[in-house]
Design a protein around this ligand. Structure first.
Ligand code: HEM
Ligand SMILES: *[C@@H]1O[C@H](CO)[C@@H](O)[C@H](O)[C@H]1NC(C)=O
Ligand SMILES: *[C@@H]1O[C@H](CO)[C@@H](O)[C@H](O)[C@H]1NC(C)=O
Ligand SMILES: *[C@@H]1O[C@H](CO)[C@@H](O)[C@H](O)[C@H]1NC(C)=O
Length: 345
């Protein structure tokens, strides 16, 4: 073979190798995995279902992005966060304290049943979740944040509440706790700051911010704290992670401009960093990023450079999606809420 004929295929091979990365159980992840399997409809079907779900309820986008984080952080991206309790496994990840408020399972189930009818037994729930989080990110950012998702994951068969509680960061974590937690997954302090920006969207339940009602001066803007206390007193079930998305009454209590932003909640951009610098973020773990000089510098950088945050966030989401599944047994689940043979585990 002449060299100039061999070169293009060599370059192609090198490109494929460069976009592959290890998943658990010896799988390789590749961008376009389902296209190569002649199942080109997979990613379009996921996008279609995610867009329908978000058009009906925009808040489902935040739900899917968090679900993806919780899946990948706990023993890698293996769909284990999706499993329901069963007689042999009464306390799956869903039952963990750190799973408070997890939702969006209905969207995943709908995508799965549609994919099963077109490509039975082909698409893993872990891949569906990784695609769905990307599609939600694109939707909520009006296309400003977009990225290719490597796929070819398989589904795990183990899901334990204890693993979730031992692994996921808590809302009361200090900066040192957060840094250690992220370092265990080989994510650095910059990536911690980048990913925390996801708290520009979505909402939280009272137990997740209760401690902030009594936070000492300096740890929270005084008027924002007053608004939180009022919301708690008024028994608001949920508080928006982003003050931008709060009610008129809340903003008035907080001394935040009450003019509607643009009528849409959950717009994913760098507003988190404006709130952080203004000391109006919801969780203690959000506030904690101010307590470290390097992280504080990054908060200001991402406040001032919205496009840089968009692309760094996309990159960090891809890195999250590559956290390798840690189990030994894998399968392509037929139903994302249950393993294929519930009598085995
Ligand atoms: C840095 C450590 C983190 C901590 C301590 C943390 C903690 C929390 C807590 C306590 C909630 C509220 C749950 C509730 O009460 O309903 C929440 C919500 C949320 N988190 Fe995080 N989180 C962290 C990182 C992340 C990351 C890396 C992402 C995604 C990239 C993320 C995305 C979200 C989203 C989108 C919501 C809103 C969910 C919804 O509206 O259903 N978080 N987080
Ligand atoms: C809570 O109720 C008080 C008294 O009715 C009201 O002044 C305040 O605006 C409410 N705040 C929120 C956040 O609902
Ligand atoms: C973020 O999105 C909101 C809502 O669309 C918009 O008003 C705001 O200007 C954007 N950027 C920042 C930094 O807040
Ligand atoms: C999927 O599994 C769950 C059990 O966790 C069950 O409740 C549900 O009906 C199943 N869905 C389908 C479509 O079989």
């Amino acid at each position: 073979m002449k060299l100039n004929a061999a070169l293009p295929s060599l370059v192609a091979t090198l490109l494929i190798v460069a976009t592959q990365s290890a998943a658990g159980g010896g799988q390789q992840l590749t961008v376009g995995y389902y296209n190569a399997k002649k199942c080109g409809g997979v990613e379009p079907i996921v996008s279609d279902e995610v867009y329908r779900a978000l058009a009906a309820d925009r808040s489902k986008g935040a739900a899917l992005i968090r679900l993806f984080f919780h899946d990948c952080w706990v023993k890698g991206c293996d769909g284990s966060v999706l499993l329901d309790a069963s007689p042999r496994n009464p306390y799956p990840e869903k039952a963990a304290g750190s799973s408070i408020g997890l939702r969006g399972f209905d969207v995943i189930d709908r995508i799965k049943s549609r994919l099963e009818s077109v490509y039975p037994g082909v698409v893993s729930c872990a891949d569906i979740l990784a695609f769905a989080a990307r599609d939600a990110t694109r939707y909520l950012s009006d296309g400003h944040i977009d990225y290719a998702v490597p796929s070819g994951r398989r589904d795990g068969v183990v899901s334990r509440a204890k693993d979730a509680d031992d692994t996921l960061p808590g809302s009361t974590f200090s900066f040192a706790d957060l840094k250690t937690n992220f370092a265990k997954k080989k994510f650095d302090a910059e990536e911690l700051v980048v990913l925390s920006g996801a708290h520009a969207i979505g909402s939280a339940h009272y137990p997740s911010f209760r401690d902030r009602l009594a936070a000492p001066r300096g740890e929270i803007d005084a008027r924002y704290q007053t608004a939180l206390r009022n919301a708690a007193r008024n028994r608001s079930r949920l508080v928006a992670n982003n003050i931008r998305d709060e009610s008129y009454a809340f903003k008035k209590d907080a001394g935040y401009p009450t003019a509607p932003v643009n009528g849409r909640r959950d717009y994913l951009n760098n507003t988190y960093y404006h709130n952080a610098i203004d000391n109006r973020v919801l969780f203690r773990s959000d506030w904690a990023l101010r307590t470290d000089a390097f992280a504080f510098g990054k908060l200001k950088e991402y406040r001032d450079k919205p496009k840089e945050w968009d692309s760094d966030f996309a990159e960090a989401m891809v890195k999250l999606s590559k956290l390798p599944a840690e189990g030994k047994d894998f399968e392509i689940r037929k139903n994302c809420s249950a393993i294929n043979n519930p009598s085995r585990y």
